[in-house]
Design a protein. Structure first.
Length: 100
């Protein structure tokens, strides 16, 4: 199992366009590439990124190939039209939990 964390802030005045993009383009594209966006958090107070999203894949190779793909670069570029302060972090997990 591999996990990727995405962080960003929604650009001012882009809320509606951002939400439309996320649900109609971003999430379906990520799914096609083998990355399941399983969680997302919206920060309502304090410091740090406004949005944190969690993507998962069954194996490191799938997520690594997705991140290197033309489709990922295209959707990432389109995302950045709606957000700022974008970053991502890939975490590789090789330990399988029993019974979970």
């Amino acid at each position: 199992m591999s996990t990727i964390f995405f962080y960003w802030d929604i650009r001012p005045e882009k809320d509606k366009e951002y939400m439309d993009f996320i649900f109609s383009d971003y999430l379906p594209s990520m799914s096609r590439m083998g990355i399941s966006v399983t969680d997302g958090w919206l920060k309502v107070a304090g410091e740090g990124p406004q949005i944190m999203a969690l993507g998962e894949s069954d194996d490191y190779l799938t997520i690594h190939q997705a991140l290197d793909s033309r489709e990922f670069r295209a959707i990432e570029t389109r995302l950045q039209n709606h957000v700022e302060n974008y970053s991502k972090h890939l975490a590789r997990r090789d330990i399988k939990s029993e019974g979970r």
